[in-house]
Design a protein around this ligand. Structure first.
Ligand code: FEO
Ligand code: CA
Ligand code: CA
Ligand code: CA
Length: 596
């Protein structure tokens, strides 16, 4: 099978060596390029927001108006009048670090076990989650800047009201004490990757939300697939932040066996795709439920010339699956009423990767396969809220942690990163298979496929491994650490994005302190030619970071890249200032296309 390469362009930069300096606290790009800090945690977003206080003394009200932490997926939305000089940048804030607070993360032991948290800290943590929308402009001198006090400046947080849209609206499994109708949810959390619709909205995805909830009733938890199958904890507190100590909706322990008296259904209200219209600051975000409930990494949208659409998602947990959603209708330019339905009415599929290189999309449709009342799937709502359990029944292929999906802009070839999986080959439900070929897979791989007939709505495809990440083969390197990369080595591919000319950008997320990653250096972004498979290292980040999130102007001459959870004092890089996740701006000295 021939896969499409870079069209009308090339990959022309001189690649960087791996960054092996144990104290590196900066970002490097190739000769002929410039990189600068653009937008960091705490920077003002909403009109009138205060500047970031370096001692982290900003209170939660200030944080509500400033950039959140842990920048992740992002997208540039051009204004039609000057698409390559004026736009909105929309940035996910995945989670928070203890550096958020001037006095550190405070947890106090409560009577009868468990911990309590100061309300002011929890509120600030909730405000540092979600999404930022900022206006950006290139000035006459050619410099890109954030427009201060812009009317578009907006923060969406873990507390922003959003409507339930699609099949789960009003479902019994979405009703709680604070929302007895099952219609409105407060907030979005753990926003990792994203998607962009052809009608100009942003799709933010809810990844590891289960860490924020607890169900202390172990007996109930055992039989409740919507908690257990997604990893909701059963201890004294939720896994990470113990928000339930202040905000009771994060305590999902059932009350009196009456779902609407407590918050047992609150975890059912996360794991969805959230649609945001960045151009309308007054618009209410909506949770689009027809695409199922996952530990959702991404929602990558592809559109054919005839308006047929597909939305691809990875469910990032060891042994979970790859999904595709196909709207029932077709996208039509300017048809707002019709386009509004596309994310609400359609079919959700899960992938089977066969040993012979063929693949199947199996429909998560009530009544299909074993998705019957007998197996607990009485309605389509049961299927969507327990999409993982439904995919189990359909025989989906358990993968090595599916992260981002990227679709080639011209050929519609689809690529997915499978970041790593130390359980592969040792857990009985995750045997080695052709798509996940290495036991104890510490470095991950990138897969690609073409839909049958080149149609996005096909129910079958042909797939192959694009590359296995890892070290070069040598006499003494164990097989599970040996990759097939033609070019610059890396581990744990995560972010994955095609630029408009078909260059494949790969971003990594591994622990640069682990000995098996020592030769890889710090986390990085690389550029691959999909036709030749050659990989070149374009950017290296500071120690302790991951690189996640990339977007460009339509002409490819300005690129933004996110540095998440840097370790040292980045971006101040003075050895003392607390580190801040940051969006970096990359330009070429000659004003050319990035990567060319
Ligand atoms: Fe938030 Fe799967 O990365
Ligand atoms: Ca991350
Ligand atoms: Ca990720
Ligand atoms: Ca990752």
């Amino acid at each position: 099978m021939l896969f499409a390469g870079v069209k009308d362009g090339s990959i022309g930069f001189k690649p960087l060596p791996p960054m092996l300096d144990p104290n590196f606290d900066s970002v490097q790009v190739p000769e002929g390029y410039r990189v600068e800090r653009f937008f960091s945690w705490g920077d003002p977003v909403v009109k009138g927001a205060p500047e970031w206080a370096p001692d982290a003394s900003d209170n939660w009200e200030a944080q509500n108006t400033q950039a959140g932490q842990n920048h992740d997926g992002m997208a540039y939305f051009p204004f039609p009048d000057a698409p390559n000089a004026h736009g909105l940048l929309v940035v996910n804030h995945e989670y928070i670090n203890p550096t958020l607070h001037s006095d550190g993360f405070t947890a106090m032991r409560a009577e009868g076990g468990g911990i309590t948290r100061p309300e002011a800290q929890v509120r600030k943590e909730q405000a540092a989650h979600g999404v930022s929308v900022i206006e950006v402009r290139r000035d006459k001198a050619g410099h890109w800047r954030q427009v201060k006090d812009s009317p578009y400046g907006r923060r969406i947080t873990a507390s922003t009201p959003m409507a339930i849209s699609g099949p789960m609206r009003g479902a019994d499994s979405m009703k709680t004490a604070s929302d007895p109708g099952g219609e409105t949810i407060l907030g979005t959390i753990n926003n990792c990757s994203m998607g962009v619709t052809p009608w100009g909205t942003y799709l933010t995805c809810e990844e590891n939300w289960s860490n924020y909830f607890v169900n202390r009733d172990r007996v109930d938890h055992e039989s409740r697939a919507s908690h257990k199958r997604y990893g909701v904890g059963t201890g004294n507190n939720s896994e990470i932040y113990a928000w339930e100590a202040v905000d009771t909706r994060f305590d999902a322990t059932p009350v009196n066996d009456q779902p609407q008296q407590g918050h047992v259904n609150e975890p059912n209200r996360f794991g969805w795709v959230v649609e945001i219209d960045p151009f309308d600051p007054q618009s209410q975000p909506r949770k689009c439920t027809a695409m199922g409930r996952l530990i959702r990494e991404c929602a990558t949208v592809a559109v054919d010339d005839d308006g047929t659409m597909a939305v691809y998602s990875g469910d990032d947990t060891r042994g979970e699956y790859v999904y595709k959603y196909v709207p029932a209708g077709r996208y039509r330019d300017g048809d707002k009423a019709g386009n509004d339905k596309l994310l609400d009415e359609g079919t959700l599929y899960v992938a089977v990767f066969r040993e012979d290189g063929s693949g199947d999309w199996r429909a998560l449709q009530q009544g299909n396969g074993g998705l019957t009342a007998q197996n607990g799937f009485v309605t389509q709502q049961d299927v969507l809220v327990n999409a993982r359990a439904a995919a189990d029944v359909l025989g989906a292929t358990p993968m090595d942690r599916p992260e981002w999906v990227a679709v080639h802009p011209h050929s519609k070839d689809v690529y997915v990163t499978l970041t790593n999986n130390k359980h592969r080959g040792s857990k009985p439900d995750q045997p080695v298979n052709a798509a996940n070929p290495r036991p104890n897979n510490l470095h991950g791989q990138i897969l690609r496929w073409r839909e049958n007939g080149g149609r996005l709505d096909a129910t079958g495809f042909t797939w192959e491994i694009f590359l296995l990440a890892g070290d070069r083969p040598s006499a003494d390197s164990p097989d599970n650490l040996t990759g097939t990369i033609d070019g610059d080595i890396f581990s744990s591919p995560d972010g994955l994005w095609f630029d408009p000319q078909g260059r494949l950008w790969i971003q990594t997320d591994y622990s640069d302190a682990d000995p098996e990653n020592a030769q890889m250096g710090t986390n990085q972004m690389l550029c691959a030619d999909p036709a030749t498979r050659e990989v070149k290292r374009f950017l290296v980040g500071p120690r302790g970071c991951e690189v996640s999130g990339v977007t460009t102007t339509p002409d490819g001459r300005a690129m933004w890249v996110n540095i998440q959870h840097p370790g040292g004092s980045f971006p101040a890089s003075d050895g003392k200032t607390r580190p801040r996740s940051s969006t970096m701006l990359v330009t070429k000295d000659d004003g050319g296309v990035i990567g060319s």
